[in-house]
Ligand binder design. Structure first.
Ligand SMILES: Cc1ncc(COP(=O)(O)O)c(C=O)c1O
Length: 391
């Protein structure tokens, strides 16, 4: 997303920090993914950004949704999303929530352990379960295997167990790791998934679902493969390894790639100081209030207003709270003259930012979130500029 003159004007006029969301990118991302992957059913991963306007837009575009918890399920149901468009994709669910989801009519449940199968069989008898395989995730900025997923043989035995427990073994899922740079990771994972399909078919259990998870990257500071390129690898791999499966359903669970490029975080410098030889810049936004992913050194493009062309030097960038974990980057190149009150943008921060923000840590309020329309209204009010002049 571009830092438009409107956003620059808003940054100068309104209190920071705030996150601006431009929903036209979400629409474009949804359509691009639909076009890139043959016969795909998109289940938007709500955890990336559960802003109501995003959910409503995706609902109206025909998207389905991947929910991590009862809270997300309730939000979706309250927006009129029907249960057949919701998957309970967390492999660690509360038993009462499984029951709740099942009674509401949800019928896709992720598993990667026998115990989860038992919990589901007790509370959602006959439900469809899909087994999550682990991937190597080593080309992703945010690996999601280890905690989630298990090896192919284990997934096979979990799904057989589900069958014995009266559940419906329905398919296989994986996640190549969030912000994955290697399009061939999907090929490797589809090959692994096909082994589960084949070995279970040999035992008379016929799976229907291939859930490709998320992982499609957003443009930050390194080159990325496009969703079109990733889609080509996926389409070929499905034909090659799973072409034999009758009526195969293909799901994806994109989070980052639906909303990441639809947001810009706007902040201001609260303090610049020098500690020994190191320059420190402290902002009014930090790790606990929207920039949580930076604790794993997730890199955003950082822009200091009006100083884009200036020579840069390495500085430490930190947030405002009284906690040393609230250090955004130990080293980042910033304009030499970065100074008190400068406006600092974090580009393409629509995913996993405000969603992570602590509501009251240190008594600091998280960034306000504006859609572009709301930003115009706010700006028009505060700066007394007629709406029609704000483009
Ligand atoms: C089960 C599941 N699906 C999908 C996603 C979304 O992944 P991404 O944001 O990389 O598209 C996540 C992210 O944590 C996840 O846990």
């Amino acid at each position: 997303m571009k830092i438009t003159p409107l956003i620059r004007k808003a940054a100068q006029t309104l209190d920071t920090p705030f996150l601006v969301l431009d929903l036209k990118y979400v629409k474009e991302n949804y359509i691009n993914q639909k076009n890139a992957i043959d016969n795909v059913n998109i289940f938007y991963a709500v955890k990336a950004n559960s802003h109501i306007k995003i959910l409503e837009l995706l609902r109206d575009l025909g998207s389905s949704f991947d929910a991590a918890s009862r809270g997300e399920i309730d939000k979706l149901l309250s927006l009129g999303v029907t249960p057949d468009r919701i998957s309970f994709g967390n492999t660690i669910k509360k038993e009462v929530d499984i029951k709740y989801a099942w009674e509401k009519g949800i019928n896709y449940f992720a598993v990667d352990s026998e115990m989860e199968v038992e919990k589901i069989s007790r509370n959602a008898p006959g439900a469809r379960v899909y087994g999550r395989i682990a991937t190597s995730s080593n080309d992703a900025d945010w690996p999601l295997s280890g905690k989630f997923g298990t090896d192919v043989d284990h997934v096979i035995s979990i799904l057989e167990y589900a069958h014995r427990k009266g559940l419906t073994p329905y398919g296989v899922s994986f996640h190549v790791g969030s912000q994955s740079y290697n399009k061939y990771k999907w090929k490797e994972a589809i090959l692994n998934a096909s082994e589960v399909f084949e070995k279970l078919a040999d035992k008379g259990i016929y799976l229907k679902l291939l859930n490709l998870g998320g992982g499609v990257p957003v443009q930050h500071v390194k080159p990325i493969p496009s969703v079109k390129e990733i889609g080509e690898v996926i389409n070929e791999s499905i034909k090659e390894y799973l072409g034999w499966v009758d009526g195969l359903k293909v799901f994806t669970e994109p989070g980052r790639s639906m909303v990441g490029n639809a947001g810009i975080m706007t902040s201001r410098v609260l303090l610049r100081s020098k500690k020994g030889t190191q320059d420190w810049v402290y902002l009014d936004v930090g790790v606990f209030h929207g920039l949580m992913e930076t604790i794993e050194n997730f890199r955003y493009e950082v822009v200091v207003e009006g100083k884009e062309d200036q020579e840069t030097t390495s500085m430490t960038l930190a947030g405002p709270s009284c906690d040393s974990v609230d250090t955004i980057y130990d080293e980042v190149e910033l304009p030499i003259d970065t100074d008190y009150n400068d406006i600092v943008y974090f580009v393409n921060t629509g995913a996993y930012t405000t969603e992570y923000a602590a509501p009251h840590f240190n008594g600091i309020t998280p960034p306000v979130v504006f859609t572009l329309e709301e930003l115009k209204e706010e700006l028009s009010k505060k700066a007394k500029i007629p709406m029609e002049e704000l483009i």
